[in-house]
Design a protein around this ligand. Sequence first.
Ligand code: GLY
Length: 531
Amino acid sequence: MVVSDNALASKVGTAILKNGGNAIDAAVATAFALAVTHPQAGNIGGGGFLVYMNSDGNATTIDFREKAPLLATSDMFLDEDGELIRGSNHYGAKSIGVPGTVAGLYLAHQKYGLLPWKVLVQPSIYLAENGVELSWTLAGHAKSFNASAQPQFLRDYYDNEEGEPTQFGEVWVQKELANTLKLIRDNGKDGFYKGAVASEIAAFMKANGGIITMEDLSKYEAIEREAISGTYKGYEIFSMPPPSSGGVAIIEMLNMVEQANLDTIPFNSTNYVHLLAEVMRRAFADRAEHLGDPDFNLNMPLKRLTSKEFAKMRYNNIDFKHASVSDSSKFGQIYEGENTTHLSVIDKDGNAVSMTYTLEQSYGSGLGSSKLGFIFNNEMGDFNPQPGYTNSGWLIGTDPNIIEPEKRMLSSMSPTIVTKNGKPYLIIGSPGGRTIINTVFQTILNVIEYDMPIERAIEVMKIHHQWLPDELIFEYDLMSPDTQKALEQMGHNLQGRQNLGRLMGILCTSESNVYIGASDSSSPDGAAIGY
Ligand code: GLY
């Protein structure tokens, strides 16, 4: 079974499984297909994380997060007074981090794949070369980009041969992307990081004010890292360690919630929302204080943050009648793009992949070379842009995530696998910037604590609190007005949103040996496809 943000990509992954590929093979092929069919987040110009668990319950992860270029500096987005030039870390060629996706998919395949690499890249070439019917969503993007002040590359991105935006239902061909993918198919990782593609990337950067060089590209390596793990009432949780903050925060929050007796706290009640908001507030404060790239932050207290003792101490100062106050003199948060994409895979032998990757914002920087046909990320925006300066709004300046050459920026992507009796049970993840951590956390609770089937666990009401700004975000048509009022009376600052998360999950039912997949209804083109 494959669940992803695009039905064609899920079909590609399932075809790989049917033809003898394992979960890694299917994830690699699905990811390349998403780079063609879901270009707002699927990519070869971005980065991400993959959690892999074999059928014996052994977990590992692949980190292919983007890196700061060698020429990057901690003050590269500041003016002469040391103030952040607002938006500069998300716009223009300097916002582009050294891409990691191709290296990550290649490493995963080299270590754990079964089928030849070429077989996995070929379907994406087919889709790019022969075209795909443009979905309603992408046709909407095509129309709006064409009429807006986007970078020229994005304005032309969906154009047909006549230079007009491709319409809904028309076939959309990407010849340049197909050619780039052919070089990756034939030369593996080197097809992207060396040779013609790399030199065109470097030339593009030079011509457009970027700082990524051939050296940055040739030095880029994906890294296999030990999964971060924890337990919750007999289940084991395996997730992404730093440079993701997701795994640490999810385990910390589950440990805190384990202290409460959730059997007595009904789902979606005032007490439930209050407890979760307080738990989130604490985990996000710890995230801001401690987490960053592990290769630059050698003494992060990961064991402590994920220990039961620490959670008990954090839990014990929750006031069950009043909201705590987030202390803006200590930590804050910056804006983080919410347009990432997640895929979940399980093969016939029970090997599982949970993978999330991103361009940061929707369509990343919106920049790309017309010779290469793919979009570059704007992931430099995930670093703390103004060292030492934190406010109660969007800015955070804590040390672990300050820009340094070759550092990976802190992420919230949280691809996660939960096991039951040592076997994959729940494979889950989501886009959504910082909300990812909380929507994955709540979906795990919905399945384990509230016995919801996966498709329901994904859809029901979610909340988000991230310490600062001190706001409790909730899905406005899924929480009763009475609960909203009660929470306000407790001191919470409520902010309604139409939707949180776009979860892609698989539940493995041991009783009937059936895999049940679900793609969030907020993903217009997504699909769970099994055989
Ligand atoms: N760019 C979103 C994330 O990495 O969490």
